[in-house]
Design a binder for this molecule. Sequence first.
Ligand code: NAP
Length: 215
Amino acid sequence: MKIGVIGSGVVGRVLASAFLKEGNEVKIGTRDIKKAEIIKWKEENPKGDAGSFKDGATFGEMLVLATAGEVIADAIKSAGVENFSGKVVIDATNPIAHVPPVNGVLKFFTSLDESLMERIQAQIPNAHVVKAFNSIGNAFMYKPDFGGIKPTMFICGNDTEAKKKVTIILDAFGWETADMGKMEAARAIEPLCILWCIPGLLHDQWTHAFKLLKK
Ligand SMILES: NC(=O)c1ccc[n+]([C@@H]2O[C@H](COP(=O)([O-])OP(=O)(O)OC[C@H]3O[C@@H](n4cnc5c(N)ncnc54)[C@H](OP(=O)(O)O)[C@@H]3O)[C@@H](O)[C@H]2O)c1
């Protein structure tokens, strides 16, 4: 499949490399294809490509959103709202506000009554947005090794077929998927990022993942 990744930060690059390893074609979208991180990524991933946000969005049959949360609306605008239509869009973003954490607790610019994912879905109403990868550190996004225990990726989104496609990807990436329902569930999934970051910000412990236990 052709995958367009909107965002060239560490998450965009890690997911882009993972999709390449799984045999897909990948184009990363960025404002600056000449930046050092992209040049290095292309050297390490000779089959991968990079272009503008619009290049990434037009290239991808499936798209990944991986910019800072506060600028995702601008990035989507630059990519062209029409280029998201009818596509599965994996949303890995978090609405982290630019203020210092309080006792390790990050602040979000959204409320518990409206997630960033819902804003994104409203901006690209014809896309099938699926929340995923937001509450795990980039080091564990692909083939996480927790001693044989598969961690749980919480996902949500309005389109059942889109979630099935993302679940197949998550299976290949080494995850167990827990579908939490429609997009409003992102109001609960996005704050898992806050919880995930607390041990890191307080104790510099960043090597954990969530597991949903069921009977
Ligand atoms: N870091 C993690 O381990 C982790 C884990 C889970 C989820 N997340 C979430 O994943 C997303 C990406 O995180 P990240 O750490 O990889 O990178 P980031 O530093 O949060 O974002 C980098 C991306 O944001 C874009 N950007 C910055 N300012 C912009 C602007 N004014 N207009 C348009 N685009 C702009 C950059 O564009 P250029 O490409 O042009 O530089 C780059 O693509 C975030 O929402 C984060 O909360 C992060």
